[in-house]
Structure formats: C-alpha cells, structure tokens
Ligand binder design. Structure first.
Ligand code: MOS
Length: 746
C-alpha cells in the first residue's frame, strides 16, 4: 500500500530540469521575447572618448530620420535620480551615477543619448547620425596598476612582516589577472511598459526585488509602482545582479513616449557599460619552515575601479581561513581608471584571489621540493584562524585525497618535463578552492490546490542554474507531491521577496522558507479536515492529525488510512490550503555573530599537454572534488561545476578584455576577438561531490555550487604549465608567447 502513495524522494537524485521542455521548445520567454503593440525600439548612443566633456550634440539629422520618435539626452530625458545609501540590497548598484547626469565622460561607451524609433533598424541608423563633439583629455588607462594610497587591511593576525623576514623559505611574487567581461549568451535586455502611473519592466535581472527598488528610486516613483519580471535568463555570471544604465534609458523613454520601449544592448556595449571583472595585481608573500609549515602569509591586492565608483574585487576573500598560519595580513587598494564600473563576476574576489594564493603555494612547494598536495595537507587548519570559529563542515583534506586518487596523482614525477604520453609533454597541477556559503533572507508561499497540484512561489530567479527544479524538489520532499504536479513561480518582484541569484546562495537560502511555507500549508489542510460537521475528520482536534505523503490522517494510524489533501479541500469547498514562510540570513565569518565559519571547499587537479614542436598547449583533463554540503540534484550541480571548470580554462588561457590606451575603448569587444573557452577547448571534466550535509546552513544541509567550480582552476592549470615547461606564468591569460620566449632565453 505504502508504495502507491509515497513518491520517491528526489533529494540527492540526478533529475533533469523541470523548465527544460519550455526552453528547448522555445516557449520560455526571456526578457527580449516580450512584444506589445505599439512597441518602440531604443538604441543608445555611446561616447567615443573615455575622458573629457561633451561640448555639443547635434540631433537634428537623427530626429528627422524615418521612424524616429525621439532622441533623448541630458536636456530632455527628464529626471533620473541617484539612489541614497540604504539597507541590504534595496539601494545597491555598482554604477551609481544616473545616465546623462552631467556632461562629463568618464569611460568609453558611456551613454550620451538614446534614440527611440519604430524599428530597431531605424533606431540604429539614427543613433549613428547623432553628432557629438567632445573636449577630449587623455584617458587614464593603465596596463599596470599602481597607487600611493594606504591599503585597507582586510584581515590580520600575528606579525606577518616580521615572521616573513625571518622565515627559512620564502616566496615573494606578484600575480595578475586581466579584466574579464561577462559574456552570457543573452545580452542585457529590457522591455519597459508604462501605464501612466506604473512601470512593468521585463528586464534581465539576477535580483528582481533589488531592481524594483533601485528602478523606483531612480525613476522617482513608489516601489509599488514598479514591477520587475525576469522569468528566464540566458545566464548572467554576476553581470545582471544590479541595475545598469540601459534599463533606465528604456524606462525613462517609455514614460516620456507613453509607449512600450525595448532596449537590447549590443555585444560591444556589454564590454563597455554593464560591468566587468577588474584587473587584479596581487603580491603574495609566503614564509615557511623547511618542512613546509606556513609561518607567514601576506596578500596585498590591487584592482582597478572606475572614476566615480569604488568596486573592490575582494581578492583576499579565502586567504584568511584557507590555511593555518600564525601570522597573516591581507590588504586591498583600488586604482581608478577611465573604464566602466566593474562588478561581481562568478566567484568575485576568491577566483582571482585563489589564482594568486594557489600559484604561490605551488611555487612554495617547488622551493621546498615537496609534493604540492602534501604542502596543503601540512597546513590544514583545525578552525577558522581569522575569527577562531569552528568550520560548520570542512572536508578539504578529503577533497585532496579523493581527487589525488581519481587523478592518479601518485604517478606524478616532479621533474619538469619528465612526464610524457603519446609524444606530448604532460604537466600536472593542483589547487585548492573555496567559496563562501550561508544564506540570504528569503520568503516563499506554498499553495496546496484542490486538484492535487501545488504551487510554490518566491521572488528569486533561475539564471539557468536549476533553481526552478530545486524549489519543486524541496516542496515535493516536504509534501509528497510529485514533481510533475508542482508549479514553480519565480522571477517577479511582486512575489514574496526572495534572494538575489548571487553568491551561490539561492539554494541554501530558499530551503528554510519553502519548508516553513509547506508546513503551514499542510497545517492549514489539516485544520480544514477538522473544521465543521461536514469535515472528513469532524470531531477530531487538528493536533491529532498529521499530513504525510499528500494524505491527511490520524497520527495514531498509518498515512495510507488517511485522505488525500485534494479530497479534503474539495469536500470543504476550498481552492487551496496556503502557507507562507520566511528565513533569516546566515553568514559565518569575521563580521558575523554566528558560531560557525561557513564555506565550501574543493580541490582541482589539472592535466595540460604541451607540444613544443608546434607550440600547442591544451588542457586535457580536470578532476574536481567539491565539498559543498548536501547536493540536492546531481545533474544541474554537476553542470554548474563542469561549466565553471570550462570557464576556468578560458580564464587560464583565453579571456582578457584589452583597452586601447589611446581612447580607452575595449578593443576586443566581440566574441571573435574576446575568446571564451568553447567545446573544442573543454577538457574531460570529472566532478565528484563529497556530499556531507551542512546542517548549520539548513535542514537539508545544502550549500551551493554556482561559483566554486571556477575557483582554483587557473592556478592548477598554471601549475601544470610550469610542470610541463618550467615556465612560471604569473600573469593571466597564459599565452603561447610566454612559453616560447622563455625557451629561447633558456
Ligand atoms: Mo554571482 S558573481 O554572485 O552572480
């Protein structure tokens, strides 16, 4: 009997995404898929200088072109306001200057006007006919970052400088990572609808409630007059977390013209006005004993920012807690440049930071003539030494051991160029990875409906990672309702406020809220089952009843003896039993009041092949072992880590946004010249999850997997390149030229 009503648990299974059919059939609506009658198209005009002032603008030719409805600029767009500082994410954005606020140009591609026309082609043509005269000054575009500013101390303990100076073995090197641009397939897009009082904004957003609040502030309307919808995203990688100028131009134009306005940026604009990962330079000083015990660790990071905004990349994110050392200092400083404002990109801080830290650890291992895995094991801390807190769940040592076994690490011979296969020189490298964990505040509602289906809603987003599926799984687990009877609604700021799709935190954040909402909805069904003479359990008290696997039943009897909740609701003339749930944020860390240090961990093992005769460098395989708590769904989780590893190959070997020092333009602002890793570049990726539930974070023990797979990959590859070639590349991306030049010298 029991097997007939009990739906097998999906937690920990490997399930396809429930939104998959909508996506592959083209039915999923992305922001730019929305169409309305009378819709107009907006195309921005971008500055062609990076530093200076607008002297004059001639829009007359553009205004008289076919189909053009308006050309807006500083004089006529109407007010776009600044956002005052505020709590949480309600006032957060990275580029804080409203578009068109003044006539000063601070980066190439800054919007100076926007053309609205009946067709996209008309708007594009007219945008190129807007004539702007500038008073141009030389842009501050540095390829090497320098500052005299006093750095900010991010974390410190002991006497790092003294301990370094007296250490027996030292590494003192600087590592650089280049500007990288998020290149999701889906460009930033918005369809703005104004009804005379309220905005409905179909816009690419990793944070619909943040976008609602910020758009409302900047447009000068109450938050309840703004609704942001983002049902499906062609990813974001952090680039769509916050509001950027294109959204404001479209919304302000829609209000002016009283017509729906669509604005989709070009790939070129993606390199200019919607954020990027800034260049970093990180001086690492490691001091150790001759038997490989760290005595001092210093990490001094610089990153560029824009002229008006202070974006700190946070390169030292993992450094304070990754290894045991009595003496440590992590600092950061910013270097303003005439570029657009940087923003979070997958694993902000930790990803470039771990390239530096883990490359330096590899260099230390070489100096010590010690196996680089062994060096990590010798410096495993018993607790988070930056704050004295125990780790909620840390299994980094096991990550290394399992990874070494799977990779075949014991066969590694340390001598440079000593390993060969099929005429190729092999290089084996390894690195640790880590990423913060915890929870954002979240709320959700659950409706158990009288037709046997259920609905769960939460104002969070699915950026392509599997959030729709995870929400359905959690509700199914709580209620016993099968996945195909569960509707998941998200991506709408009018829903109960959910977390931003950032920091790999959505899964961990929504579990407690959905769990509470489900319990309350089940309780509501139980109460209906006892209320009134007509009730199926008339005369019983609610506390005598339970809700198990869709059935309302007497607690003293088996669930099979009960009544399906849908029957209860129908009998009582109720459409749905509903409940809402809320959960608080939780972070373990230096600033937190909590009792645990909460992070995910992992180990990356990379094999590269090097063919010196034809200078061919490939990444052939990566073994990655991730300690990310309980994995709710192996399939999307593995997808996340596989994708992140491939992105790591791009970071190591390909990705770099280059600015023209003469005019500040990103020179390779297209997908032909800005190279991302493709299928042809993808190594064989072997992903293992340790799957230790972290019950400190939530009842299922799930942390998150969106970002950690990228961390450490570039360092493992760089270590492999050194192992194969003897060339230590400390500036990404690793280029063939780096390897050839050194060989000529040698
Ligand atoms: Mo992620 S960079 O927090 O979207």
């Amino acid at each position: 009997m029991a097997s007939q009503i009990k739906v097998p648990s999906t937690i920990g299974g490997a399930l396809p995404r429930i939104d998959g059919p909508l996506k592959v059939s083209g039915a999923a609506k992305y922001s730019s898929d929305y169409h309305f009658s009378g819709m107009l198209y907006a195309v921005p005009v971008c500055s062609t200088i990076a530093n200076g002032k607008i002297v004059s603008m001639d829009t007359t030719a553009a205004e008289s072109m076919p189909g053009v409805r308006a050309v807006y600029h500083r004089e006529n767009i109407g007010p776009i306001y600044r956002v005052p500082p505020g709590e949480g994410f309600s006032a957060y954005l990275d580029e804080r200057r409203p578009p068109f606020e003044d006539d000063v140009i601070r980066y190439y591609g800054q919007f100076v006007a926007v053309v609205v026309a009946q067709t996209f082609e008309q708007a594009t043509a007219a945008a190129s006919a807007v004539k702007v005269k500038y008073n141009e000054e030389k842009p501050g575009i540095a390829t090497h970052l320098e500052t005299d500013d006093e750095p900010k101390v991010e974390s410190t303990r002991g006497k790092a400088e003294d301990a370094f100076n007296s250490a027996a073995v030292k590494v003192d090197e600087t590592y650089s990572t280049p500007t990288e641009t998020h290149n999701p397939i889906e460009l930033h897009a918005i369809v703005a609808v104004w009804d005379g009082q309220s905005f409905t904004l179909y816009q690419t957003s990793q944070a619909v409630s943040n976008h609602r609040d910020v758009m409302a502030q900047m447009l000068g309307v109450p938050a309840e007059n703004v609704r942001v919808i983002s049902r499906f995203l062609g990813s974001g990688f952090g680039g769509k977390l916050w509001v950027w100028p294109p959204y404001l131009l479209a919304a302000a134009s829609a209000r002016k013209l009283n017509a729906p306005v669509k604005l989709v940026i070009s790939r070129q604009m993606m390199f200019q006005t919607v954020g990027h990962r800034p260049r970093t330079q990180q001086r690492m000083r490691l001091g150790a004993t001759t038997d490989g015990k760290l005595v001092s660790l210093q990490h001094d990071a610089l990153n560029h920012t824009s002229i008006l905004d202070e974006y700190g990349e946070g390169c030292g994110e993992s450094t304070p807690f990754l290894y045991s050392t009595p003496n440590l200092k992590v600092t950061s400083a910013l270097v303003p440049m005439n570029v657009g404002t940087p923003t979070a990109m997958r694993g902000p801080g930790a990803v470039p930071g771990l390239f530096a830290l883990e490359s330096a650890m590899d260099e230390l291992a070489v100096k010590l003539k010690m196996d680089p895995v062994e060096l990590r094991l010798r410096n495993e801390p018993a607790k988070d030494e930056s704050n004295g807190l125990p780790f909620s769940s840390r299994h980094l040592v096991e990550c290394f051991k399992v990874g070494a076994e799977k990779f075949g690490w014991s066969q590694r011979t340390a001598e440079i160029g000593s390993m060969k296969r099929d005429g190729l020189i092999l290089g084996w490298g390894v690195a640790a990875c880590a990423w913060g964990a915890g929870r954002f505040a979240a709320s959700a509602t659950v409706d158990l409906r009288n037709d046997g289906t259920a609905r769960v809603s939460c104002g969070t987003q699915d950026i392509g990672t599997g959030t729709y599926t995870i929400l359905a799984q959690v509700l199914s687990e709580k209620t016993g309702i099968p996945l195909d009877k569960i509707e998941v609604v998200l991506g709408d700021s009018s829903l109960p406020e959910g977390p931003i799709s950032g920091g790999s935190l959505v899964t961990a954040s929504v579990i407690p809220a959905i769990s509470q909402a489900a319990e309350r909805a089940m309780q509501s069904a139980v109460m209906m089952a006892t209320s009134g003479d007509n009730a199926p359990f008339a005369g019983k008290k609610p506390e005598e009843l339970g809700f198990t696997n869709r059935r309302v039943h007497l607690k003293e009897k088996a669930p099979e003896t009960g009544i399906d909740y849908a029957e209860v609701l129908k009998r009582m003339n109720v459409s749905a039993a509903s409940g809402s749930g809320k959960s608080e944020e939780y972070f373990g860390g230096p600033q937190a009041k909590q009792k645990y240090s909460v992070h995910s961990f992992g180990a990356q093992f990379a094999e590269i092949t090097w063919q010196p005769e034809i200078a061919r460098l490939r990444v052939s395989r990566v073994v990655t072992v991730i300690d990310s708590g309980r994995i709710l769904n192996l399939r999307p989780a593995r997808n996340q880590v596989e994708g992140a590893v491939v992105m790591g190959v791009g970071m190591a070997l390909l990705e770099e946004t280059k600015y023209d020092p003469r005019n500040g333009a990103p020179m390779n602002s297209n997908l032909a010249d800005y190279m991302v890793a493709t299928n042809a570049d993808a190594p064989a990726v072997d992903v293992t999850f340790l799957d230790y539930p972290d019950k400190i974070v939530n009842e299922f023990g799930a942390r998150g997997v969106g970002e950690i797979g990228l961390a450490g990959v570039a360092a493992a590859i760089a270590g492999g390149v050194y192992h194969a070639t003897g060339v230590r590349v400390r500036e990404l991306p690793i280029r063939i030229e780096d390897l050839l030049g050194q060989q000529e010298i040698a």
